[in-house]
Unconditional design. Structure first.
Length: 570
């Protein structure tokens, strides 16, 4: 379903691609995923049981949207541009192994003053200030567009009236333009797949390979959404809230005609409101926290005091939902999803959420054709852990966070970790922390620029206090496997179900690494990003030991899937 948002016009159709012999209209702005979702084609790959999987993360992490394009297997539909005439086929459960070895691609060495990994709010702010001080700054991002998940922009092929865009679009455009104008070099569509030392990182793109030897490293890799396994969460049409927002804000495509948004946190409210304002039938907003309780008034006041504009936006989203009579179910959770594995999700069952994170009380069902689930974020800290930066467990998030000083400097003196990659504290704090990191790095390299001014430091404290208010307002039990049934898939990539994991652990195979070897959980292309946190919490609960820096899967190269030729090539 194609929609329009304020300031963004309708895209021009430029032909069609073929999906399993069916014509799918293509707009100049489309990825393969957005074109297929707009046409109601929700299945991308098949699992071992022959069931279809569709778009899940929408950012190239999960690999659920892999399709075969013009005979090329394993193409990620969510990040691959759609072109008229493409032949798109459902990806089979087991890919064929190429018989002909590809020739090694060229490898070159780069020695920038500062390597910034990630082009979201934190990375762009750091790059802007570093380049403005005359440093040689190289920014790398695996996406082909700047802005990250928060500042995702409309595709350039969409007609845009800048004067009518919302504040989030506009702030992102300004930051992107400032970073470019300062002279930072942008290397997009490239992945840092190994970090052996702070001055030896390996990078690849589809055309080239690099060894990067920077004087300083800034990790601004952001976060990805927590996966909460529940019955039916692998059905086509079920995706993360971030994926739904990317479809809407970047490509002007709605996830479906009847959409349920559920999870925990303000992003769900924003997406539900934006979909409703785009005339999508939002059947309900389900929020795990009792955020409307009078007992949480103090948290709301703290937010309003520190960031009145953001708080006003949130109130506006709720008002928009109220005007369109969208039910808001607080203190509740999606207990299960039902549908046809070949056609997609059709029904969602909602229940109250008890203090232990389990479904309870009277059930309510909604007819749907799309569900967006967002249960908060997990820091993307693979590179920080690979480099040996110290971490600690954050029980409120159920995740490891990187230990840093106020500027983001880690226990490795030449490495900074900033923004949500170090610990999820919101995009506005991330952007200010980028400026703090830049000032510290300039001083560290012997530059003449002064340290961060008082205004920047005040802004950092204000945005951090705002985020603490958000955390208090949306406080809810951290969900891992509480909603899973024995037959519920936990490892999406390998199809390992909850009952098999419980059996393995009760038979003495307790560590996530050992469970991985016995069951294959975590061996898929997402490399344990979605099932790993679940296994980590299950282990802690079984053994009665707290989660620590050494819990879970050990980080190791490659931190992202790469062609074998890139690893083996001399």
């Amino acid at each position: 379903m194609r929609v329009t948002s304020p300031g963004i016009g309708s895209p021009d159709e430029s032909g069609s691609l073929s999906h399993e012999g069916r014509a799918v209209p293509v707009a100049a702005s489309d990825t393969i995923a957005s074109a297929m979702v707009a046409a109601g084609e929700l299945g991308n790959r098949r699992d071992d049981r022959g069931d279809l999987r569709g778009v899940w993360c929408g950012m190239g992490v999960c690999h659920e949207c892999a399709v075969t394009v013009d005979g090329c297997e394993g193409t990620l539909a969510c990040v691959t541009p759609a072109r008229p005439g493409q032949i798109v086929e459902t990806q089979s459960a087991r890919r064929r192994v190429p018989t002909a070895a590809t020739s090694p691609r060229p490898e070159s060495e780069r020695t920038p003053d500062v390597l910034v990994i990630g082009a979201g709010p934190a990375g762009l702010a750091a790059a802007r200030d570093l380049a403005a001080c005359g440093l040689d700054v190289l920014v790398i991002d695996e996406r082909k567009k700047l802005g990250g998940q928060y500042y995702k922009q409309p595709d350039p092929a969409l007609p845009v009236d800048p004067s009518r865009l919302d504040g989030q679009y506009t702030a992102g455009r300004e930051l992107i333009e400032a970073a470019r104008a300062a002279g930072a070099e942008m290397l997009l569509g490239a992945s840092v797949w190994a970090a052996f030392e702070a001055d030896r990182l390996l990078v690849r793109s589809d055309a080239e390979r690099w060894i990067i030897r920077p004087r300083r490293v800034v990790l601004a890799t952001g976060a990805y959404e927590r996966g909460v396994p529940l019955p039916g969460w692998t059905l086509p049409g079920v995706m993360t809230t971030g994926a739904g927002q990317t479809l809407l804000r970047s490509y002007q495509v709605a996830p479906g005609d009847r959409v349920l948004v559920a999870g925990n946190g303000p992003l769900n409210i924003q997406l539900a409101a934006e979909l409703a304002m785009a005339d999508v039938d939002v059947v309900g907003l389900v929020e795990a926290a009792s955020f409307l309780s009078p007992a949480r008034t103090a948290a709301g006041l703290r937010m309003a005091w520190n960031a009145p504009g953001l708080t006003r936006d949130g109130v506006g989203y709720l008002a928009a939902l109220a005007r369109r009579r969208v039910p808001v179910l607080a203190g509740s959770v999606v207990e299960s999803l039902e549908g046809d594995p070949q056609r997609g999700v059709r029904q969602a069952t909602i229940a109250r959420l008890d203090a232990q994170g389990r479904a309870a009380g009277r059930r309510r069902t909604f007819d749907v054709d799309a569900v967006c689930l967002g249960y908060g974020f997990l820091p993307s800290n693979d590179l920080a852990r690979s480099l040996g930066c110290r971490h600690e467990y954050d029980p409120q998030r159920g995740a490891l966070r990187t230990q840093t000083d106020a500027s983001g400097r880690t226990s490795v003196p030449t490495v900074w970790s900033i923004g949500d990659s170090a610990g999820v504290r919101g995009a506005k704090f991330a952007q200010v922390q980028g400026a703090l990191a830049a000032a510290a790095i300039v001083a560290d390299l012997g530059g003449r620029a002064p340290g961060p001014d008082a205004k920047t430091q005040r802004a950092a404290r204000r945005h951090l206090s705002f985020q603490q208010g958000v955390n208090a307002l949306f406080a809810a039990p951290v969900l891992t496997d509480q909603l899973a049934a024995p037959s519920t898939v936990v490892c999406r990539c390998e199809g390992v179900v909850h009952g098999d994991l419980v059996d393995a652990m009760t038979e003495g195979v307790s560590s996530p690494g050992a469970v991985k070897r016995v069951t294959r959980a975590g061996m898929g292309k997402c490399q344990g990003r979605y099932c790993g946190p679940v296994l980590m919490e299950m282990e802690a609960r079984l053994n009665g030991r707290p989660v620590s820096e050494r819990s879970g899967f050990a980080p190791q190269a490659p931190v992202k899937p790469v062609p074998l030729g890139d690893v083996a090539a001399p």
